[in-house]
Design a protein around this ligand. Structure first.
Ligand SMILES: Nc1ncnc2c1ncn2[C@@H]1O[C@H](COP(=O)(O)OP(=O)(O)OP(=O)(O)O)[C@@H](O)[C@H]1O
Ligand SMILES: [Mg+2]
Length: 339
C-alpha cells in the first residue's frame, strides 16, 4: 500500500540519507526515495499532498460529528505535530518517532469509537501507521482463563492490530486490584513493553468512562507515562443531541417534519433524565424506533404512498415511544400522541 507523497515512517527513519536518495526503497515504502531538501529549501505545508488528505479527513470529522470541539482540537493538534514532523524529515532532521498512544475518556455514546476510526485514518494519511484499521478488544480478548493463556492471547491481539490501532475498550477491567494474581496485570505489562518499543508500529488507544479511567491510570503510573494524549469526551448537550438526530435522520434519507422535531426534542429531554442514557447511541436507537413506527403507520395507511410519505417522520412516530406512556399502555400499543 504505497501512499503518494509520503513513505512509511520507519522506512524513512532507518535509511541513511544516502540510501533514501538512491531510491532503494521497499515496495510498501513507495516514494521514500524522495530526495532530501537542501538546507535553504522551503516547504509549503499548505500545498503538501499529505496536508490535503488530512484536511479532508478533518473536514469530514467536523461535518459528520456534532460538537466535540475539544476533541476535534486535539485531533488537529496531533495532525499538525505529524505534518511538521514529516516536513522535518524531508529536511533530514531526525528526531524520535512521536509517541501517540492515547486515552479516550467519556460517557457512553459520546463518540469514542467513532473518533478512533477517524484518528486511524489521519495517522494513516500521515504515514504514521501502515493501515487505517482499528482492532477493538476488551478484557476477554486479552486475558486467559488459565495460567499461561494470557500472554499468547494478548500477543495475538497485538499481532492482529500491528501496523494500525489497538483499541482497548473499557480498559479499566484489565486492572483488578482486589485480585492480587489477576492475569490482567500480565496484559498491562505486555502492552507496556509493546508501547515502549521505539520500532513498534502500533498505536494503543485506551477507552472508557472518565472516573474509572482516571483510577486505572492512577493505579498504573508506568502505563500513564506512556500515554501522552488524554482526550476527554463530554456528554452532549440537549441542542447537540437534537442536531445529532437531524444528522442521523438525514444520513438515512429521512426527515423530521416540524412537529416531529419538536416531539423528538421533547423525547430527548425525558430520555436524558432516565437511567442508562447513552448520548448519541440513545439518539440512534430512538431514531430507529421512530422509523419502525413510521413503517407500521405507512403499512396501515389505506392509500398509495408518495415519496414524501416515505421520507417523513411525524410526531406520531416519535410520541409512540413508551417514554410518553402514562403507564396506561405499553410501548407496542397503537400510538396516539399524548406527550
Ligand atoms: N458527535 C456526533 N455526531 C454524530 N453522531 C455521533 C456523534 N457521536 C457519536 N455519534 C454516533 O453515536 C453512536 C455511538 O457512538 P460511539 O460508538 O462512537 O460512542 P462510544 O463513546 O464509543 O460509546 P461506548 O462508550 O458506549 O462504546 C454512533 O452511531 C456514532 O455514529
Ligand atoms: Mg465505543
Amino acid at each position: 500500500m504505497s501512499q503518494p507523497g509520503f513513505g512509511h515512517y520507519r522506512a524513512e527513519q532507518q535509511a541513511s540519507p544516502g540510501a533514501v536518495a538512491s531510491g532503494g526503497a521497499a515496495p510498501e515504502t513507495g516514494d521514500s526515495a524522495e530526495a532530501l531538501l537542501g538546507d535553504d529549501a522551503e516547504l509549503d505545508l499548505a500545498r503538501d499532498e499529505a496536508t490535503a488528505r488530512v484536511e479532508r479527513t478533518l473536514a469530514s470529522l467536523d461535518a459528520e460529528l456534532v460538537g466535540l470541539a475539544p476533541v476535534k482540537l486535539r485531533v488537529r493538534e496531533i495532525a499538525s505535530l505529524l505534518l511538521v514532523d514529516r516536513a522535518r524529515r524531508q529536511f533530514g532532521l531526525v528526531s524520535s518517532r512521536p509517541t501517540l498512544h492515547m486515552s479516550f475518556a467519556g460517557g457512553p455514546g459520546t463518540g469514542k469509537t467513532t473518533v478512533a476510526l477517524r484518528m486511524a485514518e489521519i495517522l494513516y494519511a500521515l504515514g504514521y501507521i501502515r493501515t487505517a484499521r482499528v482492532h477493538t478488544v476488551t478484557r476477554d480478548d486479552l486475558v486467559g482463563q488459565f495460567i499461561g493463556h494470557t500472554a499468547p492471547k494478548t500477543k495475538e491481539a497485538i499481532a492482529r492490530a500491528a501496523g494500525g490501532v489497538l483499541f482497548v475498550d473499557e480498559a479499566y477491567y484489565l486492572f483488578r486490584p482486589e485480585n492480587e494474581r489477576d492475569y490482567g496485570q500480565e496484559v498491562i505489562e505486555i502492552l507496556l513493553t509493546e508501547m515502549e518499543n521505539e520500532r513498534g508500529d502500533l498505536v494503543v488507544v485506551f477507552a472508557g468512562y472518565p472516573d474509572r479511567m482516571a483510577t486505572f491510570f492512577g493505579a498504573n503510573p508506568g502505563l500513564s507515562s506512556r500515554v501522552p494524549h488524554h482526550i476527554a469526551f463530554d456528554d452532549y448537550t440537549h441542542p447537540e443531541l437534537v442536531q445529532i438526530a437531524d444528522l442521523m435522520v438525514a444520513e438515512e434519507n429521512f426527515r423530521f417534519d416540524d412537529q416531529a422535531r419538536e416531539a423528538f426534542s421533547d423525547y430527548l429531554t425525558r430520555r436524558m433524565q432516565r437511567p442508562q442514557f447513552s448520548n448519541a447511541r440513545s439518539v440512534r436507537n430512538a431514531v430507529e424506533r421512530s422509523r419502525l413506527r413510521q413503517a407500521r403507520r405507512l403499512v396501515e395507511l389505506d392509500r398509495a404512498l408518495t415519496r414524501n410519505d416515505l421520507i417523513t417522520l411525524t410526531a406520531t412516530d416519535v410520541y409512540g415511544s413508551s417514554l410518553f406512556d402514562d403507564g396506561s399502555r405499553s410501548a407496542d400499543s397503537p400510538e396516539t400522541p399524548d406527550g
